[in-house]
Design a protein around this ligand. Structure first.
Ligand code: ADP
Ligand code: MG
Length: 367
């Protein structure tokens, strides 16, 4: 059995539960062959519903789904050739590791000798060869998830759907599993759609990220793009660390915006593509830690006056939380050495790295 990734096309997908809940609201996107795509969003944003529709466990209210160029919208789950790892579908507790992995092969009518060969190979791939005869209860959480992974890929599906598969694991194990899944994907050429609410997980693992909110697709793009050029205020806040400062638009030049900050001083920022921000509008600048220049030597009247209110040690760097005179918070990170010279309660002048921070309209309209 040869595993070649399948491409996926989701067109106008709508999923309603009853008349009150629209869990997925007209979502369309494509996933390329062999791509690792994360669906990222807060709890309740519709991620699982998208996956359940793709897997065939839920019937879409509208829209079409195609896998490998074949429309699967009306096919039952077992005819879609998809490997699935859902957090809530645990292993069969009364079956050994080997028999758990055998299950999908048996369902496909594979003879025992052939399935044994595939099981051995698959268990070796997920580094569980030595544990084949154990029962699930005799395995750690990470080992159990590797069995679930082996069971999902045993029949070499071209598409693997994973719904928050590592959320129950501790951080170290989660990091290990992330590396393993990426390696596995590279080896097998699988297409993977990976659901997570963890932006860090999505940023590290994905070729592209589809960001969902309230059942809608807010943006789809490379991690770099989604982080560096968020399409909406929601994406800017949900992906990566962000703090916002309000102000009034003073000048607009294409996507480049100059803002007069409520806290005093000016900042240059970039509006999202298609922005209609005009001079005089209320807006906010969204700052990542790396957008902030820290220059205690700057004289009065320049930069943004802020007081250091907290330091959090994080190995090579120290997290610094500042409060402006109007009470807004700004966060940045600095090397241990540099931050040692900054006392809690001390006032500094903060600058904004020109052209990097993003700017979004603020409710309230024209100032
Ligand atoms: P996520 O996986 O992003 O947390 P879900 O797809 O599970 O989101 O849920 C999206 C919305 O649909 C939520 O408001 C949730 O309460 C609702 N929902 C999900 N499944 C059902 C269901 N079987 N019946 C009714 N409402 C549901
Ligand atoms: Mg979910």
């Amino acid at each position: 059995m040869l595993s070649m990734g399948a491409d996926v096309r989701i067109s106008g997908l709508v999923k309603r539960y009853g008349s009150a809940v629209t869990a997925v609201d007209n979502v369309s996107f494509d996933v390329a062959q062999g791509e690792f795509l994360s669906v990222l969003g807060p709890s309740g944003s519709g991620k699982t519903s998208v996956l359940m529709c793709l897997a065939g466990f839920e019937v879409p209210s509208a829209g079409r789904l195609a896998i490998g160029g074949r429309d699967v919208t009306d096919l039952p789950p077992n005819r879609r050739e998809i490997g699935v790892i859902f957090q809530r579908y645990a292993l069969f507790p009364h079956m050994s590791v080997r028999e758990n992995v055998r299950f999908p092969l048996k369902m496909r009518g594979m003879p025992r000798a052939e399935s044994d060969r595939i099981i051995d190979g698959t268990l070796a791939t997920v580094r569980l060869a030595a544990l084949a005869e154990r029962m699930p209860a005799q395995l750690s959480g990470g080992q159990q998830q590797r069995v679930a992974l082996a069971r999902a890929i045993a029949f070499r599906p071209p598409l693997l759907l994973m719904d928050e598969p590592f959320s129950a694991l501790d951080k170290k194990l989660r990091d290990e599993m992330q590396v393993e899944v990426k390696e596995l994907q590279r080896k097998l050429g699988l297409t993977i759609i990976f659901v997570t609410h963890d932006q860090e997980e999505a940023l590290t693992m994905s070729d592209r990220i589809a960001v969902m909110n309230h059942g809608r697709l807010e943006q789809i793009g490379t991690p770099d793009r989604v982080y560096g050029d968020p399409a909406t205020r929601f994406v800017a806040g949900f992906v990566g660390e962000a703090h916002a400062l309000p102000g009034v638009v003073r000048a607009v030049e294409g996507r480049r915006i100059t803002l007069a900050l409520d806290d005093g001083g000016q900042a240059a920022a970039v509006a999202p593509e298609g922005s209609t921000l005009a001079a005089g509008a209320r807006a906010e600048i969204v700052l990542r830690p790396e957008h902030i220049a820290l220059n205690p030597a700057v004289g009065e009247g320049e930069g943004l006056a802020a007081r250091l209110i907290a330091k959090s040690f994080a190995g090579a760097t120290v997290g610094l939380t500042f409060e402006t005179r109007r009470g807004a918070r700004v966060f940045t990170r600095r090397p241990v050495q540099e931050s040692a010279a900054l006392p809690i309660g001390g006032e500094v002048a903060l600058g904004v790295q020109p052209g990097q921070a993003r700017c979004f309209p603020l409710a309230g309209g024209v100032a």
